[in-house]
Design a protein around this ligand. Structure first.
Ligand SMILES: [Mg+2]
Length: 225
């Protein structure tokens, strides 16, 4: 787990939070200096438009249930139909997605610093590539560093982080996982990577899983600059 502080973060309204302290702990500074960053896609690099409650309802997934896990547990014929419905919903959403506040600014800043950037999503890789093109991030993230749900075990399994770490020749602890949901933070924790929670609502619901909490990618870019 390296030397990073694992203390629960306490969100500080209006400012970036470093491991629960106004001061930049060594762990947080290490994370910000990382040259290997993995981003969740939907709701992190893009504005959140997925209505997961509606998607669950359409697919018959219990309230709050894991959509992909539910489909995996269905009989094969039923699962195939449900996966088709899900892909249709995701493709429609990918066609009208928008970049999250500060996404281009942050990604360009990291790119200029020579950082290697990847995407780990529970969406399909095709949709992820299409979305990255739509929001203008394709020039900064190599297609081979974009992993969808068929390329690695789905988050919160750390498989995707391990795969990218291996591809990049880095220990997972040297990587940073940025995301808007518990699955992203759990995945980062399970891999021993640094975790950054982006939450525009500033509720910061998972402090025990979060190394750095920010309200937007703009805030994160400002912390890096
Ligand atoms: Mg997300």
């Amino acid at each position: 787990m390296g030397e990073r502080t694992r203390a629960a973060g306490v969100p500080i309204s209006g400012s970036i939070c470093y491991n629960g302290s106004m001061e930049r702990s060594r762990g947080a500074v290490d994370i910000l200096h990382s040259r290997h960053w993995i981003f969740d896609l939907d709701g992190t690099l893009t504005v959140a438009i997925h209505d997961f409650a509606r998607i669950r309802s359409l697919l018959g997934v219990p309230e709050g249930g894991d959509i992909l896990g539910h489909l995996d547990a269905l009989p094969e014929a039923e699962a195939t139909v449900a996966r088709g419905v899900l892909i249709g919903i995701e493709e429609e959403l990918a066609g009208r997605t928008q970049p999250a506040l500060g996404a281009l600014e942050l990604v360009q800043l990291l790119h200029v610093r020579g950082a290697r950037l990847g995407v780990l999503t529970r969406n399909t890789r095709d949709n992820a590539l299409r979305t990255l093109g739509r929001i203008g991030l394709s020039p900064y993230i190599a297609a081979c560093d974009v992993l969808g749900r068929d390329d690695a075990l789905a988050k919160p399994d750390p498989d995707g982080i391990f795969k990218l770490a291996s591809n990049w020749g880095m220990p997972p602890a040297a990587l940073v996982m940025v995301g808007d949901y518990a699955f992203d933070l759990l995945t980062g924790r399970a891999a021993g990577a640094g975790t950054i929670h982006v939450d525009p609502a500033r509720a910061f619901r998972w402090p025990e899983l979060t190394d750095i909490a920010v309200g937007s990618l703009t805030e994160l870019a400002q912390a890096l600059a």
